[in-house]
Write a protein of this length. Structure first.
Length: 317
């Protein structure tokens, strides 16, 4: 019996410990997860390049990936509605819009926010933290579409990204306590890198934040609020909704009156409508990628993603 027990113990020691498998729905969350799991494991991203969380449909292989993951990180039903059912019985699903201390903003608040001061970007968060996501008034879009509730594009805010990283590190520490120290060290390194990049970008955005622009869809509120940008509006509240005629006429008029210098298309969607509206107005048609398609997935991905966004906004001069 002693020989069997000894053999079993030696076998357990010799077998490699299976790495924790982390699955994120979208690539920006993968950037953050990769920073926290650096040196331990590599996260996987559910949505393929070119896909949008706004209109994605799960395949059987996606369901298998979800079920096999030790930890699934998603924004929440406000963005990835397709994940609600498969995650209903998942033992470890991290819903970021429900994370305690997450600074959340609603669309109505962002649209009425006129005081864009970078130094003040952390103010007024208490009313929008976990547990206070109800809103009394919705957003009236260009075509009468109401965009209500929480803006789920939280990865576009540096402050929110750090909260995401902390939540991921906390969950991984519970699932994999043997690597808790590594996750904590990676979290500290991530925070330092984001803070350093934030300072650089703040100066970069200050040079262009008075320039008016339009975006394809209403996704960039966290970035705009943080850096004090001068957004003039959007073509659609959500990519699955086609912009209506009145919206296009209003944007065209604003461009002709030089209220905005640029329009931002997105690589996941056809720029045909944007190019048509901008034609002969003198406005630049530029590209803004909210999910970082061209940024490599890795531990330094999120600061690189931040810089890519900053460089795109900096082109509007």
């Amino acid at each position: 019996m002693r020989i069997i027990a000894l053999f079993t113990a030696l076998l357990a020691v010799s077998l490699p410990v299976r790495a924790i498998e982390v699955l994120t729905t979208i690539k920006p969350l993968g950037f953050i997860a990769a920073a926290i799991t650096d040196g331990v494991s590599e996260p996987k991203v559910l949505l393929p390049t070119g896909a949008s969380p706004h209109d994605f449909s799960l395949r059987p292989s996606d369901i298998r990936s979800i079920n096999s993951a030790d930890l699934v990180v998603w924004v929440g039903p406000e963005l990835e509605g397709f994940m609600a059912k498969p995650l209903a019985n998942h033992p470890h699903a991290l819903t970021l819009t429900q994370v305690e201390g997450m600074p959340l903003f609603n669309y109505a608040t962002q649209d009425s926010h006129d005081s864009h001061d970078h130094d003040a970007h952390d103010h007024d968060h208490a009313a929008h933290e976990h547990g206070d996501h109800e809103h009394d008034e919705g957003h009236e879009g260009h075509e009468g579409h109401h965009h209500e509730g929480v803006d789920p594009h939280i990865w576009l805010g540096p402050t929110q990204a750090k909260v995401i990283a902390k939540a991921i590190a906390s969950e991984l520490g519970k699932l994999d306590p043997a690597n808790q120290a590594r996750y904590d060290a990676n979290l500290a390194a991530f925070d330092a890198k984001v803070d350093a990049k934030d300072k650089v970008i703040a100066g970069q955005m200050k040079a262009v934040n008075q320039k008016g622009y339009f975006v394809f869809h209403e996704a960039y509120g966290y970035w705009e609020r943080h850096y004090g940008m001068n957004s003039k509006g959007h073509f659609t509240v959500s990519p699955e909704r086609r912009p209506g005629a009145k919206t296009l006429v209003d944007i065209r008029k604003a461009l002709e009156e030089k209220q905005a210098s640029c329009i931002y298309a997105e690589p996941q969607f056809s720029p045909a409508v944007i190019e048509s509206v901008a034609r002969n107005t003198g406005a630049k048609v530029l590209l803004l990628d909210e999910v970082g398609e061209q940024v490599p997935l890795g531990p330094d991905g999120y600061p690189q993603f931040m810089q890519q966004l900053a460089d795109a906004f900096a082109q509007c001069r």
